[in-house]
Design a protein around this ligand. Structure first.
Ligand SMILES: *[C@@H]1O[C@H](CO)[C@@H](O)[C@H](O)[C@H]1NC(C)=O
Ligand SMILES: *[C@@H]1O[C@H](CO)[C@@H](O)[C@H](O)[C@H]1NC(C)=O
Ligand SMILES: *[C@@H]1O[C@H](CO)[C@@H](O)[C@H](O)[C@H]1NC(C)=O
Ligand SMILES: *[C@@H]1O[C@H](CO)[C@@H](O)[C@H](O)[C@H]1NC(C)=O
Length: 489
């Protein structure tokens, strides 16, 4: 979700000059989780896009909940017919999320393999208000009222009905797919439109909206310990404590800023919060995607760096330098005000989706990864919930209190049922080292759904194309996915 993203950390990424920044890439607003996976997969495989599936445009309704509003706009989609057996054979729908989609959404993900098995048509639809799917002239607060997950699901339903007619396939069964936020959408599409969607594969979806997502950093700590033992997490804790102590001392902001190569000297509490969340973000990104076997930085690499210097603070500085270098930037961009100003730009695509995703977190989901945990303090305590909520208010010009945010999140949880999922034919897939599994369904008590928690894998790992190095439990999850799809059909 920076696709994963949404986090405070994420936000820091938005301000970064470099378009691709490992530090923040994980959570970078507007670069969906799926894109990040595909990018990692491609840099590994040495390519970006197959580029032979044409981009298409669907005339979509602006407001599905107002019959009298006939306003329409153009929504981007792709279709890949290569494996399709024709009318009567299934249609697999990869739902777009909090970033642009491209042709890889119908050519280069794990579901392509299941599509080959079941002779399925593959389709994907870009989420409204992301990428080139621009429903309104600008992304002002007045227009962002049309950016909700409910409208996005109605887009998906309307699109599916049209494709069924276009392909003369009234007897074909639809199965939805998606990872991270679209993992939620995939499950919710089946929940809300069971007549249109026969089954759903829901990967790494945080179906419970949580304002203060303290569990995120708790799972990061557990994942560091899974790969690097308590030594690794304790070295980061020591470094963090040292930083927090230095920040209290006269001239501390300046000396800490210099140590970590900040672009502009730290000079406010907001800068400090953003700085601390960015440092944590370095590690959060690695844990969330843990590119074991795929050439990216891994948790093992992070722990090796922390062990390579006898002074934990210096080791943490070195780790930061590695992230800066991998993002091709020379300084850490953490200034709060310029970041807010960038997010206030209402031009569509101005921040490549950062504003849109921030809006959805402020309005519907929260998911703020804060340092408010009662027992996990590896990353200190300087980016509390109040910092994220202030960001919402600063960017959108509101003055909401915590209870106002909580009320809206409660509505989301009531609307979709949170962890008490009442849909059927849904397979929930999570990875145990992925912090997002804490807000997802990974144990099933109902006979009409299934779930799995893959030991030792990260966010959406199963959505990547298989590799020979995949651990057996991941191979088993892929097999279970294919069998489950077979049962839906
Ligand atoms: C599907 O939608 C397109 C607009 O994008 C429209 O031109 C076409 O007539 C629709 N097809 C059917 C069968 O409804
Ligand atoms: C559809 O996807 C498959 C699997 O990646 C690919 O081999 C094929 O070329 C794609 N079809 C088109 C028209 O690009
Ligand atoms: C960093 O710069 C080098 C050399 O200019 C380039 O080859 C590489 O792709 C860049 N990496 C990123 C992540 O932008
Ligand atoms: C939100 O829901 C929780 C749990 O159901 C409840 O305890 C809390 O009072 C609600 N908060 C608001 C502001 O409605």
């Amino acid at each position: 979700m920076r696709s994963a993203a949404l986090l405070v950390v994420v936000l820091a990424a938005v301000a970064a000059a470099a378009p691709f920044h490992l530090t923040q890439g994980t959570f970078k607003l507007g670069t969906s989780v799926t894109n990040r996976l595909l990018d990692a997969q491609d840099s590994h495989a040495g390519r970006r896009s197959l580029g032979d599936v044409p981009k298409q445009w669907f005339t979509q309704k602006l407001d599905h909940f107002n019959t009298f509003d006939e306003t329409t706009w153009l929504q981007k989609y792709y279709v890949n017919q290569t494996f399709w057996g024709g009318p009567g054979y299934p249609i697999f729908f990869m739902i777009g999320g909090e970033g642009p989609i491209d042709d890889r959404y119908v050519t280069a993900m794990d579901y392509v393999i299941y599509a080959r098995t079941y002779k399925a048509l593959m389709v994907t639809l870009e989420h409204r208000f992301y990428g080139e799917s621009v429903p309104t002239a600008d992304y002002s607060v007045a227009n962002l009222r049309f950016l909700t997950s409910q409208q996005a699901l109605a887009d998906a339903a309307n699109f599916a009905a049209n494709i069924t007619l276009q392909f003369n396939a009234p007897t074909s069964s639809w199965v939805t797919f998606g990872g991270s936020y679209p993992g939620c959408l995939s499950a919710w599409a089946r929940l809300k439109y069971p007549n249109l969607f026969q089954g759903s594969i829901s990967t790494s979806g945080p179906v419970h909206a949580e304002l203060n997502f303290v569990q995120y950093l708790e799972v990061v700590q557990a994942s560091l310990e899974y790969f690097g033992g308590t030594t690794c997490s304790s070295l980061i804790t020591q470094a963090t404590n040292k930083i927090q102590t230095l920040l209290q001392q006269p001239g501390g902001l300046s000396s800490v800023g210099k140590l970590f190569s900040v672009c502009v000297p730290l000079n406010s509490q907001d800068d400090v919060a953003n700085f601390m969340s960015t440092l944590a973000g370095n590690v959060m990104g690695v844990v969330q995607y843990n590119n074991e076997g795929r050439g990216g930085p891994t948790i093992t690499d992070v722990c090796a760096t922390m062990l390579s210097n006898s002074d934990p603070l210096q080791a943490y500085v070195n780790l930061n330098q590695l992230f800066l270098a991998s993002g091709n930037v020379t300084c850490l961009d953490v200034a709060y005000k310029p970041m807010i100003q960038q997010l206030q730009d209402t031009a569509p695509g101005a921040d490549v989706g950062g504003r849109s995703w921030l809006w959805q977190t402020c309005q519907e989901f929260g998911f703020y990864q804060t340092t408010d945990s009662t027992f996990s303090h590896v990353f200190g305590n300087l980016f509390p919930l109040s910092f994220s909520l202030q960001m919402c208010n600063d960017v959108f010009g509101t003055n909401y209190q915590q209870a106002d945010f909580q009320k809206r999140l409660n509505w989301t949880n009531d609307y979709y049922g949170s962890l008490d999922f009442s849909g059927s034919n849904t397979f929930f897939i999570h990875g145990s080292i992925d912090p997002w599994h804490a807000l997802g369904i990974y144990q099933i008590t109902s006979p009409v759904n299934s779930a799995t928690l893959i030991t030792g894998t990260a966010h959406c790992a199963n959505m990547r194309m298989p590799l020979p190095s995949d651990p057996p439990q991941l191979v088993a999850a892929r097999l279970q996915t294919s069998e489950t799809i077979g049962k839906f059909l």
